[in-house]
Design a protein around this ligand. Structure first.
Ligand SMILES: N[C@@H](CCC(=O)N[C@@H](CS)C(=O)NCC(=O)O)C(=O)O
Length: 253
């Protein structure tokens, strides 16, 4: 039995969720509400002591780290709609792209996202409420990030991160000019893991991701969104949003 703990189909949570849909694996989804800091609650820290999503429970054993979960699904369910190429060279190319998103692309987009979204949210809390929430976070760097978002990241940090966002999109555009998919001539975890960060950037980063500057990236985002697995995933998430009571009942709350 598979249970995915996640914030829904966005950012790191999207990676294993889309992989599960692509592979056609039935799973239970346990949504954690970031607005209620559910990821920092004690019950969830027993599942992931780092208090972060996503986490996957497979028959009572927990796997964390979004990209590792995706690779785990390939190892545990190899015959089922493979998302990893068979050729060792192509596997290496796939891992270069998943490593890059985890170490570079994800971080610059994340800092800007935290400035825009987490900052106002953190400032809406009283000092006492904020400190109480931050005190529950087990990772020191993550506490620093919450505090920086509340204060507002320094302008030079935001400028540097935006520079990296431009570089990231240019790198994706260049690759997608020579190949329809990132790692090889077929859709793999490289596409899923980078899509997790790039999806929605046409709206949130319209001056970087647009038809003029990055038409191949726009087309690649569209092609992934049109896949039956992505459509099913987003439709299910929409239903879950519209039916919070049903979702909470399913989660046993
Ligand atoms: N390296 C981890 C990062 C996980 C991560 O950053 N999760 C975010 C959501 S995308 C989270 O749980 N944020 C809440 C918090 O840190 O308080 C992975 O890839 O799974």
């Amino acid at each position: 039995m598979l249970t995915l703990y996640s914030f829904g189909p966005g950012a790191n949570s999207l990676k294993p969720m889309l992989a599960l849909y692509e592979k056609g694996l039935p799973f239970t989804h346990r949504f954690l509400d970031p607005a209620r800091f559910e990821q920092h609650e004690d019950w969830f820290k027993k599942i992931n002591p780092r208090a972060q999503v996503p986490a996957l429970d497979h028959d009572g054993r927990v796997i964390t780290e979004s990209t590792v979960i995706c690779e785990y699904l390939e190892d545990a369910f190899p015959g089922q709609n493979a998302l990893r190429p068979a050729d060792p060279y192509e596997i290496a190319q796939m891992r270069i792209w998943t490593k890059w998103v985890d170490e570079y692309f994800c971080w610059c987009v994340s800092t800007i996202g935290w400035e825009r979204m987490i900052g106002p949210f953190a400032r809406s809390l009283s000092d006492a409420a904020f400190e109480e929430k931050v005190g529950r976070i087990p990772i020191p760097e993550q506490q620093v990030k919450w505090r920086s978002a509340r204060k507002g990241f320094p302008r030079e940090v935001l400028e540097e991160e935006m520079r990296k966002v431009h570089i990231s999109i240019a790198r994706l555009e260049a690759r997608l000019t020579e190949s329809p998919w990132l790692a090889c001539d077929r859709y793999t975890l490289a596409d899923i893991c980078n899509f997790a960060i790039a999806n929605g950037m046409e709206r949130g980063f319209a001056d970087v991701v647009n038809e003029k500057e990055s038409p191949r990236v726009i087309d690649w985002i569209r092609r992934i969104n049109e896949r039956p697995a992505a459509r099913a995933m987003f439709a299910k998430s929409q239903r879950e949003k519209l039916e919070p009571a049903a979702r909470e009942a399913a989660a046993g709350r």
